[in-house]
Design a protein around this ligand. Sequence first.
Ligand code: UD1
Length: 422
Amino acid sequence: MAKYIVHQSDPLKGEVVISGAKNAVLPLMAAALLSEETCIIRDVPELRDVAFMREILTSLGSEIEELEANTISITTEDILSTEAQFDLVNKMRASILVMGPLLARKGRAKMPLPGGCAIGARPIDLHLKGLEALGAEIIFMDSYVEARAGGQGLIGDTIYLDFPSVGATENIMMAAVLAEGTTYIENAAEEPEIVDLANFLNKMGARIKGAGTDTIKIEGVKRLGGAKHTVIPDRIEAGTFMLAAAISRGHIHISNIVPDHLKPITAKLRECGVRIEVGDEEMIVRGDLGPQSATDIKTLPYPGFPTDIQSPFMAFLTTVEGASTVIETVFENRFMHVSQLRKMGASIETAGNKAIIKGNSNLRGTQVMATDLRAGAALVLAGLVAEGTTEVSEIYHIERGYEKFIEKFRGLGAQIEKIEDC
Ligand code: UD1
């Protein structure tokens, strides 16, 4: 299996350009299933998860072409299958996002229960509850679930989500755009990726208002056309490079960002003593000015602190002055990186969803495992400042979600290489 070998590196310096957002492009690709016309998506990052989504869409009847680097067209003249294949869905939880579009366009969707990062039980009850409220019948069979619309198709309704789930909000929104009448999603997720999806659907002819607030109104339309759209920048990738500047005491210019999307990370890093100058679509992050001290973090749905940055931030907190507390409220099992950071010499105690990190650790390189996508990034960050060499295994997790990961780090002076076969 391939590994990353990370050597203790000098402070990172230089410029990095952020790619299109993984968590935005996957729902956009699924949404293209809603139209028989061509959708063109730009700034599509080259990622394993995008490749999985391409395979899923192709298996359902889409024709996907690469028009130029990072630009694809998706045309789905007809949906040839309403059943997603187990081997594809099992690799990626976001494959559940084809359920809403299939149901909306063909009245049926059969899905194996999805896979993805092992960061908790991650049920899909909220997705199903929403589709059921729109009139679908939900049938469970072994490891499959099928949603079937009645003879009248889907009918708009008011859906209150018990938790503002990102995926459930997206799936319900995509199902509701072709439903009869008006749908309200209450306690909806407010993430920027939801707004991006709503903008794309509206370009296709949907009538969605309120995306980015906790109530989304969707007036159903008869059909959707094609659209051209550019994916928003990846705020989690940007956050990872902000932390790379902080942990390495470096100086990084990060471009192609939406600074508003990064507010919670910016605020917390500033509290720790990191200097951040924010421009229009760029920022300069300086970890090289003055001492860095502890802070407390609690992950929350947007606009709270993102759970996806919790593990990279924790890696940074092991290196600052003082003790920090991290509370994870979004996923129930997102501390798997703790044991790996401890192997590197970090002092972290956990109790339930709370971790206490003693700062000033002298991290040491050793063999560690990327237990999920963001945990993998956290270990690479720790490896940059750990004494000696850190070997990070299971890096396919990292490649699921970071475009040109080691190229970008190397461009900033990081000493990191990939070895293909161990
Ligand atoms: C998305 C992101 C992921 C991010 C997460 C939270 C994508 C492709 N992935 O994942 O990177 O970490 O948002 O910001 O966009 N839940 C239920 N029932 C459901 C659905 C979710 O209980 O039907 C729970 C989950 O188990 C979890 C919490 O809600 O504890 C948040 O999940 P959700 O917001 O749905 O995350 P995803 O859409 O899977």
